[in-house]
Design a protein around this ligand. Structure first.
Ligand code: FDA
Length: 397
């Protein structure tokens, strides 16, 4: 078997791994990045509906879930959204803000992959695809890594960076192998579970949702003290849409979620005013001003609301308003890793140096990106963490 030496071997040519390779390579070390997939950055390619929501202008540690809420501050503070925007602009990639500070490529997510590959080439990095890590062990001078697949080799290296992501979307190449490696080297792992994922419901609730599947409405969804105001989407399997994906990362089995439709509107006041303005107006027409008409028609039928505002008491109008802004629902689960955008939990942050992402127990071993117990909200935060943690390790190496 071919024997080779590199200063740094990076496992996983995703967002974090490629960013790390660019910076580790730029400082003069010989860098090899490997991936078992046939192409680098597969998740970048499918992200943001093919346009990649590559960062969020409002990124701060409060947008992340982690056993240690302070851990991400160092990397995020030193590699900011503005640094990544400067890189994008250097490559002439145009972008736009969609909403809530979320930046997307104007053209295609593939532009970001091309950028990262170009930067890696300029930094002199070597990339081997369709290649996996069969075995790794620590040695006196670093690590000995046995590679299998299209480029079998025995490699010695000083630094080994685990950047192979989480368990979300196994169809896209996610393996959870990074957790296995952490365990092999004696590092603790916090509980992993699917995040940013649709919630599922029992047949009793689903029966009501089926007729309105495909309808989206503005909502505030909360679980305990945490809440998000974004769109809610009814589906054949349950609830989805940005507000649900966000809350899914905070929801735990047996907890209820609360749904408030049109959270910015005082629905009670809206109905009283509509009644005063026109007693012949129907409740459906009045609510149709702020909610999708199909949804209102379905609710009016199932909740047996009267028809005409003039024939409905103020007490009943207040009841309708309360109903629309205070549902309590009990999900029975999530759609799981099959559709989850991220994996919550991962390599315990207590095991890593927050400036360098290096394992405290084993110098030369690094963990970056999604494999670490740092998970962002929906909206470009997860890529910002991948860039920042990849940069932190790459510049420290
Ligand atoms: P990532 O998963 O990107 O890369 C890991 C790499 O390791 C992969 O290339 C994989 O093939 C490789 N690998 C895994 N196991 C291996 C093994 N055993 N051997 C060799 N290689 C191995 N975030 C965001 O901020 N904005 C967005 O728009 C989106 N959109 C989005 C859409 C969808 C559908 C998903 C599933 C996810 C998102 N995300 C997102 C989340 C984002 O994609 C995610 O947080 C980052 O890709 C994580 O980057 P990493 O580099 O850590 O892992």
């Amino acid at each position: 078997m071919r024997q080779e030496h590199f200063d740094t071997v990076i496992l996983g040519a995703g967002a974090a791994g490629m960013m790390c390779a660019i910076h580790a390579g730029a400082y003069g070390g010989k860098v090899l990045i490997i991936d078992h997939a046939k192409a680098p950055g597969e998740k970048i390619r499918i992200s943001g509906g093919g346009r990649c929501n590559f960062t969020n202008l409002g990124t701060s540690a409060r947008n992340f879930i982690s056993g240690n809420p302070h851990f991400s501050k160092s990397a995020l503070g030193r590699y900011t959204p503005q640094h990544f925007i400067a890189l994008i602009e250097k490559h002439g990639i145009t972008y736009h803000e969609k909403t809530l500070g979320q930046l997307f490529c104007d053209h295609s997510a593939k532009d970001i992959i091309t950028l990262l590959v170009k930067e890696m080439e300029q930094a002199g990095c070597h990339m081997r695809l369709a290649t996996h890590c069969e075995h790794i062990e620590a040695s006196q001078a670093g690590f000995v890594v046995t590679l299998g697949g299209e480029s079998p080799a025995k490699i010695t290296c000083r630094n080994f960076v685990v950047a192979c992501g989480g368990k979300s979307i196994p169809k896209m190449g996610a393996t959870g192998f990074g957790y296995q490696l952490a365990t092999q080297f004696g590092l603790a792992i916090t509980e992993t579970r699917p995040g940013l994922v649709p919630l599922t419901f029992g047949e009793d609730v689903l029966a009501g949702f089926r007729e309105i599947a495909g309808i989206s409405a503005p909502a505030r969804i909360s679980c305990g003290k945490t809440g998000f105001e974004e769109a809610l989407l009814f589906t054949h399997r349950g609830l989805s849409g940005p507000a649900i994906l966000q809350i899914s990362s905070y929801w735990r089995e047996t907890n209820p979620i609360r749904v408030a439709l049109c959270p910015k509107t005082d629905i009670g006041a809206l109905l009283y005013q509509a009644k005063r303005a026109n007693t012949r107006q129907t409740i459906q027409t009045a609510l149709g001003e702020i909610l999708p008409r199909r949804l209102v028609a379905h609710l009016a039928q199932t909740q047996e609301w009267g028809k005409i505002l003039g024939e409905t008491s103020d007490k009943k109008l207040a009841e309708i308003a309360r109903f629309l802004q205070n549902w309590e629902l009990y999900p029975i689960g999530t759609e799981g890793y099959r559709t989850a955008e991220v994996t919550l939990g991962g390599v315990d942050t207590n095991e890593l140096n927050s400036r360098t992402m290096e394992a405290k127990k084993l110098p030369g071993l690094y963990f970056i990106g999604e494999v670490v117990d740092v998970t962002g909200w929906l909206g470009g935060y997860n890529f910002q963490w991948a860039w920042a943690s990849g940069w932190a390790a790459g510049t420290a190496i």
